[in-house]
Design a protein around this ligand. Structure first.
Ligand code: GLV
Ligand code: MG
Length: 347
């Protein structure tokens, strides 16, 4: 076991010291860009004004023959674009792939000072994070970087789900985790070809009350268990949980419902793979103005957060005061970035 005194020491001579507290950033949507496509790269500046995080995707969904072009394209895009306060992330190739080493060496070496987070696919356990942690420290030291690059794990294997606590706590670089429903479904042997979302056959059927009459049924959420586990592991260790991709671009309502369930359960954001999903994620992961107004009433009625009061017929106490704070703190972060929401929240 590592001594607590050693946890915040740099892992390489000359590497920046790990953050004691993670930077607090609004990350409602992590927007995926395929950086081998020049036309999309050229729009990165415009995109940075619309999303909270721009992510260059070097892994799956890139044809093998475009892997190097994606890496080169991401580096060029990062150099050419001013991202302002918008996050810049990269999803690198998996640890066992032929591209991982050069993805990391080139990204950290050439644009390490602009890169906020590397997303690591198919993380199986804390050993994967330890390796990335050490390797990043060496690269940061070589590049003379002043701030540490954070690590985000994709939860997309059964072993990763089993080891979720160990992954969450493996390094002070851990930023958070995302559900990877497509790879997770495949590696678990789930019988679905969908990328995220529900399945019409995953349902409960009401008992027979009148023989021959149609029975009510309700579709259940295939991802509830995994998301709830991920939220607990992340929240317990002060990092963030995210819904991953929703692949059916023709069904914005289902996308919104999945994102909203994740938001209500504690997730901070979701991936947006298509421009149409940006507005959905923004709407879902910004708290509802009515909820914000009610939460502010609670805070105003209980200035020191103790005791019990009734507001609009509903009991409030120390615990609901804390719930209200979660909503108001998020609303303040949204309002600081987005004047439209500042007006809606009256903040
Ligand atoms: C994402 O990478 C997924 O596999 O769903
Ligand atoms: Mg995947």
């Amino acid at each position: 076991m590592k001594s607590p005194r050693k946890i915040f020491e740099p892992l390489a001579i000359g590497a920046p010291r790990p953050y004691l507290e993670l930077p607090s950033k609004l990350e409602r949507m992590i927007h995926f860009v395929p950086p081998h496509i020049e036309k999309l790269r050229a729009k990165a500046g415009e995109l940075a004004g619309q999303v909270d995080v721009v992510l260059g995707n070097l892994e799956d969904a890139n044809p093998i023959e475009s892997k190097i072009a994606a890496r080169d394209g991401f580096i060029a895009m990062a150099k050419a674009t001013d991202f302002g306060s918008t996050g810049l992330w990269a999803r690198v190739n998996a640890l066992n792939s032929p591209w991982f080493l050069d993805d990391m060496t080139r990204l950290v070496g050439e644009i390490g000072d602009k890169l906020d987070v590397v997303m690591i696919p198919k993380v199986e356990g804390d050993w994967d994070i330890h390796f990335v942690d050490q390797y990043l420290a060496l690269l940061e030291a070589r590049g003379g970087l002043k701030k540490p690059i954070l690590v985000h794990a994709i939860l997309e294997t059964p072993q990763g789900v089993n080891n979720i606590e160990a992954i969450a706590v493996a390094s002070p670089r851990m930023h958070g985790m995302s559900l990877g429903p497509a790879d997770l479904a495949a590696s678990r042997g789930m019988k679905t070809t969908r990328v995220g979302g529900g399945h019409p056959d995953y349902k409960v059927l009401a008992d027979v009350t009148t023989p021959g009459a149609a029975r009510l049924s309700a579709q259940q959420d295939l991802w509830h268990y995994t998301i709830a586990r991920m939220v607990d592991a992340c929240a317990a260790h002060g990092i963030k949980a995210f819904y991953g991709p929703f692949g059916d671009f023709s069904d914005p309502d289902a996308c919104e419902a999945q994102f909203r369930n994740a938001f209500l359960l504690g997730c901070a954001g979701a991936w947006t793979l298509h421009p149409s999903q940006i507005a959905i994620a923004k709407r879902v992961f910004s708290p509802d103005p009515g909820e914000v107004a009610f939460a502010r009433k609670i805070l105003a009625a209980m200035p020191d957060g103790s005791g019990a009061v009734m507001i609009d017929g509903r009991m409030q106490d120390d615990a609901t005061w804390k719930q209200a704070r979660v909503i108001v703190e998020l609303a303040k972060q949204v309002a600081a970035k987005d004047p439209e929401y500042a007006a809606l929240y009256q903040l």
